[in-house]
Design a protein around this ligand. Structure first.
Ligand SMILES: Nc1ncnc2c1ncn2[C@@H]1O[C@H](COP(=O)(O)OP(=O)(O)O)[C@@H](O)[C@H]1O
Ligand SMILES: Nc1ccn([C@H]2C[C@H](O)[C@@H](COP(=O)(O)OP(=O)(O)O)O2)c(=O)n1
Length: 307
């Protein structure tokens, strides 16, 4: 009896060790075109699995903000100065538990989407990096090879910090502490940044669905801002300042074209990526199916076969 118990305990701890080993440094790469749902999905998947999250697009957006603030309008001639500024800057991504502020338009069902704050040299620039002037310039900034190399340094540092942070994950034998995995989203994560990522997702949706989602998102944020600020509620800021769905569709199309056709690390579907078109999917379906794909590959039990 004692012997049987010892064997069972040994087997349980071996299983645990296998899981710990599998969960160690487990990386999920999520790539796809603009507004396909990468960042909201990545955040919810990271929360579901107890992983860290890195929004690589926000680093390119910070680089673009540095260019705008330092009057580097022409990235091709000002690249050296911009690279110098990036190398001297710090970017931090603060992943905060549950908030609907970062996905105000989304029906998330049972899920919560954690908020993410982006700090550039310790200043919170989360809202500023989403402004239209940044949207217009970011693809150009991200097309420069030297800028990409400078951004890579920040991405690697953030990823290794996330991976060394231990988290608690509910395993079959109870809660276990595992060195944290990481979810990173962007354009070249599965192809260039983490070509050996354990799970690669290419998230896509129709161009119109993506434009409508972005438009919805902007309008929900405007409604929230109006509710919080009487000056905005009184109509001081005309809704006409806000782009139409057609304007947004055009902007997304231009950015996708630049991201797909650039020389350095263009947006491509990695050959071993799982392609998910979420045009007709609910947010819950896309998050739970990715989390279960990750669980499969970590040797953990699936949780959402009901979907
Ligand atoms: N399956 C879905 N159905 C409807 N809206 C979605 C879905 N997935 C994401 N969204 C919404 O689409 C918008 C764009 O998502 P986001 O995560 O910011 O995309 P990306 O990071 O690819 O630019 C957000 O407002 C998000 O809440
Ligand atoms: N890994 C990455 C991430 C983003 N970029 C570039 C290309 C994108 O147009 C910009 C902004 O990316 P971001 O993911 O914030 O953009 P969207 O949220 O999808 O609109 O940065 C990149 O080149 N490589």
């Amino acid at each position: 009896m004692l012997c049987l118990r010892a064997t069972l305990c040994r087997r349980a701890s071996q299983r645990l060790l296998v899981r710990r080993r599998l969960a160690r440094d487990f990386t999920i790469a999520i790539d796809g075109p603009a507004a396909s749902g990468k960042s909201s999905t990545a955040r919810a998947v990271a929360l579901e699995l107890g992983f860290g999250y890195i929004d690589s697009g926000s680093i390119y957006r910070c680089a673009t903000l540095l260019a705008l603030r330092n009057n580097i309008a022409d990235v091709s001639t000002g690249a050296t100065d911009l690279i110098d500024l990036i190398n001297k800057s710090s970017v931090d991504i603060k992943f905060q538990p549950s908030s609907t502020r970062s996905a105000p338009n989304l029906i998330t069902g049972r899920l919560s989407v954690p908020d993410v704050r982006i700090l550039l040299n310790e200043e919170d620039v989360s809202e500023e990096i989403r402004k239209p002037e940044v949207n217009r310039l970011v693809a150009k900034v991200a097309s420069d090879g030297g800028v990409r190399t400078a951004v890579l340094g920040i991405q690697r540092a953030l990823a290794s910090a996330a991976e060394t942070r231990s988290t608690s994950v509910a395993g079959k034998d109870g809660v276990v502490s595992v060195p944290g995995g990481v979810v990173m989203d962007g354009r070249d994560i599965g192809t260039t940044i983490f070509p050996n990522a354990e799970l690669k997702i290419y998230l896509d949706a129709s161009a119109m669905a993506r434009a409508i989602r972005r438009w919805d998102e902007m309008n929900s944020s405007l409604k929230q801002a109006r509710a919080a600020d009487p000056a905005l509620a009184a109509g001081d800021k005309a809704p006409a300042e806000y782009p139409s769905v057609e304007d947004i569709a055009r902007e997304l199309e231009e950015r996708d074209y630049a991201d797909i056709n650039r020389e350095h690390s263009p947006l491509r579907i990695a050959k071993d990526a799982v392609v998910i078109d979420n045009t007709a999917m609910t947010f819950e379906q896309q998050v739970y199916s990715i989390a279960d794909l990750a669980r499969d590959r970590m040797g953990l039990e699936r949780k959402h076969d009901d979907l």
